[in-house]
Design a protein around this ligand. Structure first.
Ligand code: FES
Ligand code: FE2
Length: 357
């Protein structure tokens, strides 16, 4: 144990793994239908599917018969059927049926790994560690971080998918470093960030910046600032960013909340969901209207910041991938970091790895 902790300490951050004892986000709810979906979480292929009752299951994406991917198969009732010879599997991972089993043959005693999975707030959360071992150490069960604004009628959501060929640490550092507003120019939501304070805890880093925000959502037409940059007026707002391992959360004043839900794929690939919420909390008159109407407003405005969010993601991904490429070509080159929030981020990544060890 001691030796692996020491190894972690001395390993380069860009080669570090993940602490599997957390809930990761592997898909949006809408992506998982009865047709199986193959995903990868830290080099582990996983198949997600919905049974005929609508419940989501997650199994190792590997047929124990010939080692092909179960995600090529289909769901029949509550069983997952392999595409190759039609063996069927229960959600527990046990083989339930072989279509050509002879009368004198027994079902093969093979079992594939089942992962704890939860569908919550529009996303599929998966626990890749050993949940029984972890819950034995805690009095309360570990729960997914969750996204409470997802169902809340006062928040309008936009989701952008981040696919980047880079280690997850580059993405988290980008998200925690508010001095990179410079990159975004026309898409920029904030400017003139100044880091004021950092708090570090076992599972999180909170960095508090003061910044100037371009948006204020206090009039019914405020949402149009997302489309017409000329309507924006700079004003001071607190800008808080948090690495809540393994995810990221941010608030800009009272009007915006952004989440980044992570699915690290490998040492050089990361998938993540960026969720931008615009708050309607300032419109108290709206809150007195019937719930069905408020739901209609929320649903109609879903994705209203899509162009903005996708634009930000494109710019960030380009920089993050270049950092990764530069590292792969010249791992010996040292970078010069002035933002101490990033030192805290790297410390948290390393300490999470030691907890895993
Ligand atoms: S490989 Fe899956 S049933 Fe044969
Ligand atoms: Fe950015």
């Amino acid at each position: 144990m001691q030796s692996s902790s020491l190894t972690t300490q001395h390993l380069d951050i860009r080669q570090l793994g993940i602490n599997p004892n957390h809930w990761y986000v592997v898909a949006r709810s809408t992506e998982v239908q009865t047709q199986p979906l193959g995903v990868t979480l830290w080099n582990h292929p996983i198949v997600l599917y919905r049974d005929d009752e609508g419940a989501v299951h997650a199994l190792e994406d590997r047929c124990p018969h010939r080692q092909v991917k179960l995600s090529h198969g289909r769901v029949t009732g509550e069983l997952l059927e392999c595409a190759y010879h039609g063996w069927r599997f229960k959600s527990s991972g046990e083989c339930a049926d072989v279509p050509y089993l002879a009368d004198n043959q027994k079902l093969p005693n093979c079992k594939i790994r089942k992962y704890p999975v939860q569908e919550q707030d529009g996303f599929i959360w998966l626990f890749p560690g050993d949940i029984n071992a972890i819950e034995g150490k805690h009095c309360v069960p570990l729960q997914p971080m969750g996204v409470p604004e997802w169902e809340h009628l006062n928040y309008i959501a936009t989701v952008s998918v981040i696919e980047c060929n880079a280690h997850y640490s580059y993405l988290i550092e980008n998200l925690m470093d508010m001095y990179h507003g410079h990159l975004h120019q026309d898409w920029q939501a904030w400017t003139d960030a100044v880091l004021e304070d950092i708090q570090e805890e076992t599972n999180r880093v909170d960095a508090h910046y003061q910044a100037q925000s371009y948006y204020k959502i206090d009039k019914i037409w405020s949402i149009s600032q997302l489309f017409f940059p000329a309507l924006r007026r700079l004003h001071p707002e607190p800008l808080d960013v948090s690495y809540v391992y393994p995810h990221w959360v941010s608030t800009l004043g009272k009007d915006f909340k952004i989440y980044c839900l992570l699915c690290p794929v490998s040492e050089t690939a990361t998938r993540a969901y960026l969720i931008h919420f615009t708050s309607l909390n300032a419109f108290w008159r709206l809150h007195k209207l019937p719930v069905w109407f408020r739901r209609f407003v929320k649903d109609s405005l879903l994705g209203s910041a899509q162009k903005l969010l996708d634009g930000l993601v494109r710019q960030d991904v380009q920089m993050i991938e270049e950092e990764q490429q530069a590292y792969l070509t010249h791992p010996e080159r040292r970078s010069y970091e002035l933002n101490r929030a990033l030192v805290s981020v790297q410390r948290l990544i390393k300490s999470q790895l030691q907890q895993r060890d």
